[in-house]
Design a protein around this ligand. Sequence first.
Ligand SMILES: Nc1nc2c(ncn2[C@@H]2O[C@H](COP(=O)(O)OP(=O)(O)OP(=O)(O)O)[C@@H](O)[C@H]2O)c(=O)[nH]1
Ligand SMILES: [Mg+2]
Length: 328
Amino acid sequence: MTTTTASPRGRTAPETPLREERKGREGDAPRADSGLSPPAAAQAGSEGAAGAGTADAPRRPRLAIMGEFSAGKSTLCNLLLGTAPLPVRVTATQLPPVWLSHGRDAPWRETRDGEQLPLDPARLEEVSLEETALIRMFLDADILHLCDLIDMPGISDPNMSPEVWQGVLEKADAVLWCTHATQAWRQSEAAVWAEVPERVRARSLLLITRCDKLLSERDRARVLQRVRHEAGALFEEIFPISLTRAIEAEYDRQQWIASGAEAFSQHLLDLLQRLAAGEAAAERSTAPETPRVRPIRVRPARVRPATARPPRPSGPPAGCPPAALNPA
Ligand SMILES: Nc1nc2c(ncn2[C@@H]2O[C@H](COP(=O)(O)OP(=O)(O)OP(=O)(O)O)[C@@H](O)[C@H]2O)c(=O)[nH]1
Ligand SMILES: [Mg+2]
């Protein structure tokens, strides 16, 4: 992970990602590395704090990762990030929403009272659920050039009041919903999904995770058919995937494709470009000057330990999966 260790001072900020929609104007935004503490940078609308682009670009699309506990939400986030800053466990992690943006600022958490306090990323799981509404983290990850990722708590977590994730969801542009293959698309999931605004639902993706747990092709086909029947109309697209096999695949193209990651990541890239174009169009309708949308290319990403990330090679070796996400 590439966050810095500078500690922000605790303070109360009137404008935060959680409580106030960012207007998407970057002309007044200082750079994320401007030396402001993270809360101050957030108030000023820095790149890292608000998922914004450069001074002439609209803010980045925001993807919320949702689903039942242990559905693979954090595993998916780590796969997309190509590193592993988020804890992945068999049992529920019971973390508040974790909002990840591009940048190098130190992480912080926002209390339910709106106070922003410094946070030790190595002690993420010690964060008090009762007191904390949101965690903000900043990474120098390729995917975060294209979008912000928000790793949400499990929808049925009894310790997490729905208001917490509902407040964050209001800020999202689309959702990547993870559902366990072995118990896919339960009533509890459908009930929560019905509460999500149509604006978000229409461009969201459903991932049937843990497909490696379905042992026969026949079982996989059956589950996919049922989920398509029950939820096909509720999502833009549905993808069966094994997240663990996608992570293990690294540059093994055949395993990457077989895991389902290829089809999903190609669609995700397309979705992000459409979301970015939509943001740009919204900007054009209100701003006098036309903002630019960053062009993106496809290049592989791999999951590496958060603490020991080697330098990215200048180019992928022959035969690597051209599927994961990387900006130009
Ligand atoms: N076999 C298999 N295991 C998976 C897959 N995706 C995730 N897991 C495992 O499922 C467990 C839970 O994964 P997490 O990513 O922590 O799930 P989560 O949805 O973030 O869980 P909470 O944050 O607790 O709600 C971990 O042991 C993962 O390794 C998958 O595709 N296949
Ligand atoms: Mg998790």
